[in-house]
Every structure is written in C-alpha cells, then in structure tokens.
Design a protein around this ligand. Structure first.
Ligand code: WTA
Length: 566
C-alpha cells in the first residue's frame, strides 16, 4: 500500500491526532459572536459579522461566474442585499419557522435570498434547478412551503393547483400575473434589517434526500450546524481569510449549502460561485481566472477531467491551487495518482451525508493519505463499524458505518416524520446505511450502500421515486429500478419494466419512457438502460426484490430467495 505524505505548508491545525484526542465541541462555540452576545443567527455569523468588521467589510464575499457574466459582491453588499430580501419576505407576511423555498439557477440573488430567509428566522429549502414538475411538487408539498422564490422559466414546473399551502410566489425576471416581481420588491425594500435572534435548535434548512422506500424525505437542520460548518471549514478545507475557495456543488444539494455557503463564509473566505454547463475548459478557466486556492469537488467531475486528457489541464495555469478535496462518491485511487501527476496536488477525500450536515470522516491535510480510504473521524466525532444489533466490530470487519450521536450538524429530525428519524439509531449510534471497514490505524474504507439507494454521479436517487413515475407512463404496468456500476458515473440507473397489453418493446418506446422520467422528475433520475421483462420479482408481501435483479444483472449469487413469491 502506497501512503502519500501529508500536504506541505502551514495549516490551521498542525496536530490533527492530538486535537482528535482532546477536542470538545463546546470549545468551538467561543469563536462565534453569539457565544459572547447571546444573539444567534447563522446568517449574521456568516455575513453581517464580516460586514461590520472594517478590515473585512470591503473584501469580496462572492465572485459569480456564468459563461461571460461575472459579478462580484463584498461582504457589505451581501449583507445589504440579504437585508432587502429579509424585508421583502417580511412584507409578504413570512415569519419564523415558515418554509421558504428557492428554485432558481445559481446566481448572486440566490445567496441574498437564502440569507434573507435565515434572517427572518424562516427555514430555507433550496431545490436543485434541474428538478421537473413531480420532483418539485413532492418537495413543496411535503414541507408545506408557504413562499417560493423562482424564475419565470422554472415557474412553469410548479403546479400551484396542487399546492394549497403555497401562498406567495416571487419571480425573478417577472412577466407573470398573480405572482410578485422580485426586482420590484427588492428595490422597494430597505437595506437595514436586524436579524431575528434565535436559539441554536431553531430550524434553518431543509434538504430533501432519497431513501430506498417512499418519496424523498426532508432532512431538517438547525442553526447549531454552523458550529461544525465553521470547524470543518477551518480544519479540513483549511481556509485562511485570504483564500479564494470554490465548491462546485449546486446549493440544491447539501454540499452546496454546508460547503458552498457556510464553510467558506463563516471562515471569511472569498467564495467563487460558478453557474453554467460543465466542460473541462470552463472549469479550468475558473481556477485560472480567479486564482482559486481551495477546491472542493466530486469524483465524477474529476473522472471527467481526467478523461478530457492531461493536455487540457496543462494548457491552463492551475498553480494557484493549494488544497483539493472531494466528496459524494468513492474516490478511486487512480484519480488521486492522476491528480498528483497532473495538478501536482493530491485529492483529499471526505465522507458525510445530507443527514449528518457536515464532514465526519476526512483526509486532513496533515494526515498521510491511503488512496482508497476516506480517512479518519474529525475531532469531536466517534465513528465505528457496528453489526445490526449495535455491537462494535473489530478492525478489518465489514459492517454498518456508524457515528456516535451528538455532533453539532446532525439533522434535527426528518420533516414530519419523527419515527423515520428515530429509525436511524441503534444504541446511541447513528447508522449511515453505508457499509465500510476500519483498518488497524483507524482509517475507514468505504464498501457500498446497504440499501437500494443509487448514487449516480454523486447524486442519490431513490428507486421508489423513479418506479412511481415509471408506472404513470401509459405503457408501463410494473417497474423496478436498480443501480448498475459504471466507470465514469459510479452507478447508472437501470429500469426493469413490464408492458401493458397491447404495447410492444421498441427502441422508440424505451426512449419515450426515458424522456417521460427526464421531463417528469429530472435528467439525473432518468434510467440510462431500460429492459422489458415479463414479471418483476416480488416478495410474498408484494415488495419489489431489487437485490435479486441487481444480483442477476451483475452475475452475482442470488442469495436468499425464500421470500420470493411463486
Ligand atoms: C456516499 C453527500 C464514498 C455515501 C455529502 C453516503 C461517499 C452518501 C463519500 C451521502 C465518500 C459520500 N466515499 N461514498 N467520500 N461521501 N458518499 O446525502 O453512500 O448526497 O451515504 O451527501 O454518498 O450522499 P448525500
């Protein structure tokens, strides 16, 4: 096993192992102004606090780049713009605890609105811009969102007839009747606003994530999550005040909020926000042009960059890069070796989940990297491999990757489903749904998911959500959906369907069904492969046996088939 030496240079934490031995979360609270003033709001800590500091007020908080469009806001501008958003929302009657959703492409006003929501004590619900009608409706309905901020184009995917709780809609580039014009309301709104002061336990953020059963669930995070966003931004992203940081994730996913918003801004870094389509050239240009120093991205993107060839990388000046990190999927060792050769930087893997709110297992810059391992638990976090009864297993044994409850960014609950929340825990351990091993040095090695959730290009897709949509298609009677290993995307989605009488298999029909999912749910949830079968394997109680389909597809042993219906 080749071990890679720690990252050179000065770091915020010089002795990671020592900190892991002694650290307690209460020590971190002293770094926040609310610890001293008693006035708590994560938006204040991330933005206003810097705007009120003469040394930082005029520093760039945000650099937005979308194709040729570039926009830069200082901490003061972001503070004032988010105050306007807070006043706008207040004028429409929004109040503490309300769910206010954002459905728009990445743009500076997304961030102004996001902090405006937090400043009035409401809960922000960011929706991925590629979601289509059903995906949008499921999330807005489940959350009981009362206000939506969106664009004229995306508004077409919002079926307001099915959303009685949605009272107000605010639209950017507004040309629609019966909704509010964002620009008009913002122009009228004052740039002064005193944030609503909250408790650490008050709700802040709602992110929907996929499970193996049922529709996506609302993972509900509280303001206390900021403690860990700040800590990991400082320790693991290793952010310094003059860093130019770029997180490539969309704020519709948890990485795009925890580390596209809180991690960098709580640490006072300049945050690059890039819209537009992914191309290797466009991405390298962003690093080169804005002199990005810390870069947080994902294995699928890195695999695409590697596939584009070393020449593309070499034709850009990437020398500003100091520290590169990855999350969301297994990071294959080949990519680490490739990056070391081509970027002169190795990639630091991090493991966490929507539910955990922030990084838990990481390759700290001062830790030697074992390519293929996710690293070690951060200070203040205890992780272990446990069996289904909650017993801790010895090193080198496969089992449930679990974390001792009690870290600050742990979700507060599953929205409207306390029972589901409770089901995550055994004996005080949070059970992740991932299978892993720990080695004798305490490094954790990812093995796979233990449920049927599919991880395609770092995006989790619940098979139930896709199956439910598939059977809405007129030609489909039954459907089962699995993840199939794929070199570039990690997994792709494969659907098995039975056809209604009178319909025959054809390339056209399969493409039509694929488009039906693409237009109804989202492009990333659309099956890349569709196979027509005569029946779907089910248990006697009627549950789809996806495990069996997967085993068959991959040529693996079928395992226990005793519950299979005749
Ligand atoms: C997977 C993303 C391997 C894992 C922040 C987890 C990973 C799920 C890694 C959460 C990693 C995340 N190596 N697999 N470093 N990081 N995963 O909720 O299966 O979108 O449970 O949160 O992604 O995905 P989620």
């Amino acid at each position: 096993m080749k071990m890679l030496a720690p990252l050179a240079g000065k770091h915020n934490v010089t002795d990671f192992e020592a900190l892991r031995q002694t650290f307690e979360w209460s020590q971190m609270e002293r770094d926040f102004s609310w610890f001293h003033t008693g006035k708590l709001n994560a938006a204040y800590e991330a933005i206003d606090r810097h705007a009120e500091n003469p040394a930082k007020a005029d520093q760039l908080a945000l650099i937005f780049q979308d194709g040729q469009t570039e926009e830069k806001w200082t901490f003061t501008q972001l503070k004032e713009r988010s105050n306007q958003a807070a006043n706008m929302l207040k004028s429409l009657g929004a109040a503490k605890g309300d769910r206010v959703f954002l459905f728009m492409p990445r743009c500076p006003d997304f961030y102004a609105s996001f902090f405006g929501i937090l400043k009035i004590g409401a809960v922000a619900g960011p929706l991925f811009e590629a979601f289509m009608e059903q995906a949008v409706e499921d999330r807005l309905k489940d959350s009981g969102a009362s206000i939506l901020i969106t664009t004229a184009e995306l508004l077409q995917r919002v079926n307001r007839d099915n959303l009685p709780e949605l009272k107000e809609v605010i639209v950017l580039e507004c040309e629609t009747d019966g909704v509010h014009d964002y620009t008009e309301l913002m122009d009228q709104a004052s740039t002064e606003f005193e944030p609503v002061w909250l408790d650490k336990e008050d709700g802040m953020l709602l992110h929907y994530t996929s499970g193996s059963t049922g529709k996506p669930k609302g993972v509900y995070h509280a303001h206390r999550a900021m403690i860990q966003h700040y800590a990991t931004g400082k320790w693991i992203l290793d952010l310094q005040e003059d860093d130019v940081y770029w997180c490539t994730a969309d704020p519709g996913w948890v990485t795009g909020t925890s580390y596209g918003i809180f991690g960098p801004w709580l640490n006072g870094a300049t945050n690059v926000i890039a819209g537009g389509r992914f191309t290797p050239e466009a991405w390298y240009k962003i690093i080169e042009k804005h002199k990005v120093t810390v870069w947080y991205t994902a294995p699928t993107a890195l695999r695409k960059l590697a596939a584009a060839g070393d020449e593309v990388a070499h034709s850009h000046d990437l020398s500003s890069l100091r520290h590169v990190l990855s999350v969301g999927e297994p990071l294959n060792p080949e990519i680490i070796y490739w990056a070391e050769e081509v970027y002169g930087k190795r990639i630091h893997d991090t493991w966490w989940m929507t539910e955990t709110g922030a990084m838990l297992i990481v390759n700290h810059p001062t830790l030697s990297i074992k390519p293929g391992a996710m690293g070690k638990p951060i200070p203040g976090v205890e992780a272990a491999i446990i069996d289904d009864a909650g017993n801790v297993l010895p090193a080198h044994t496969s089992g449930n990757l679990a974390v001792k409850a009690g870290w600050p960014s742990m979700m507060k609950t599953i929205w409207g489903n306390q029972e589901k929340f409770d089901s995550y825990f055994i004996n005080g351990w949070y059970v992740s749904g991932d299978s892993a091993k720990m080695d004798e040095e305490g490094y954790f090695w990812f093995e796979g998911r233990l449920d049927d959730v599919i991880n395609t290009s770092g995006k989790l897709v619940g098979p139930f959500e896709v199956e439910s949509k598939l059977i809405e298609h007129y030609a489909v009677t039954e459907a089962a959906v699995i993840g199939k290993p794929d070199e570039e995307r990690g997994e792709i989605i494969k659907a098995f369907i039975t056809l209604d009488k009178g319909h025959k298999d054809s390339m056209e029909l399969r493409e039509e069904i694929r488009q039906f999912i693409k237009k109804g749910l989202s492009a990333h949830a659309a099956p890349r492969e569709i196979e027509i079968v005569t029946s779907i394997p089910k248990t006697r109680s009627g549950k789809i046996m996806r495990r069996l389909l997967r085993a068959k597809e991959l040529g693996l042993p079928l395992g226990d088939t005793s519950t299979l219906e005749e």
